[in-house]
Design a protein around this ligand. Sequence first.
Ligand SMILES: Cc1cc2nc3c(=O)[nH]c(=O)nc-3n(C[C@H](O)[C@H](O)[C@H](O)COP(=O)(O)O)c2cc1C
Length: 394
Amino acid sequence: MNTALCTTYLGVPIQNPFILASAPPTATGDMVRRAFEAGWGGAVVKTLIHEPVHNLPNRFAVIRNGGRITGFENLELLSEQSPDQWYQDIATIKADFPHCPIIGSIMGSADSPEQWLSLARGCQDAGADLLELNFSCPHGYPERGRGAAIGQNPDIAARITGWLTNCKEITIPIIPKLTAAVADIRHIAEELAQAGAHGFCAINTIPSFFGFDLHTLRPKPDIGGMTSYGGYSGPGIKPIALRAVSEICQSPGLPVMASGGIASGFDAAEFMLLGAPVVQVGTEVMLRGFGLVDRMQQELREFMGWHGFNTPADFIGRCRKSAISFEKLSGDYDCRPRLLAERCTGCGACYTACRDGGYQAIRWNHSLPEIDQAVCTACSLCSQVCPSGAISME
Ligand SMILES: Cc1cc2nc3c(=O)[nH]c(=O)nc-3n(C[C@H](O)[C@H](O)[C@H](O)COP(=O)(O)O)c2cc1C
């Protein structure tokens, strides 16, 4: 066990904070087993549902930034494995990997306590340590009043949460998985905390449309010439996830398993600073394989080394209060852009940005920018666009 990265979530010890999100890498028991062998701290199984699942072919699309995939869209449904098969798999994997938490993930109809309770009982009896309620899948299910349709309606989500938290037979922690596609995630989390939720997972994929192949004029993903609105994941959604996790960690303050665009140990550190004891990874594992966990652990250790943190407990939640409401930001705060001439390559990016997107405070003087501090409002655009770090805000 790697003591340096040990953490706990709702009393469950975890050997490192990296957990597989409910997604294709946890589609079968064999995959979860291989992930544990590779060193993942835990896994959320692909969401169980009573009805049979048939996935469409060609259900993915990507956005590339240079060679790197920064955005991913899927039109995938829930687990193709039956709940009974999952119960067997969970039991055997738990027997072989008792120190790796397995998190069940379930979805039922909004009007059927039996569906939710039977899936919850099945996962618990098989040995699952925690249970996610999928209130957040953005495609395929909301049309039928499930998934994100539940997460967007606090009354329905609270009612379902209550069915599970008030059932004496269900003793494992109940963790609604929330969607960020709502106006006020904090309000929803507070309602579910009232209904007895023990923690949260945030966020799921975001509703999206990935556009067109401009040569063929066919939409992406291309399902026989048509498409549907899918779920956006990967690095592009990290800021949306950070915001959601930040809000929930501040109120109601229940522990969050963070999910959304986490692709490195450094990304994980940011979510942990907000208060998330563990992070879930989906898309990046689909792109890089289970071995990714080694690099993520190395990066997290590197971050800890910069600050002299010995364990995750030293920094989880340390920056929880960094985000406040806009009116509370200090009106007295001042800073100024400063040019470090020795770093400037004379590319002109700052000049163009300030001229046409800022306040015309930069003059071009013999191949070098010159900042007119009297005109400058210190918006920081010049510093943001500078590719060589030649303008710092001081
Ligand atoms: C192809 C695919 C299938 C997914 N299936 C599920 C699912 O069955 N249940 C669920 O709760 N989330 C599902 N998710 C959402 C992920 O668990 C995760 O919350 C989301 O992708 C954001 O994390 P990421 O950016 O690390 O992928 C799926 C995501 C992808 C990409």
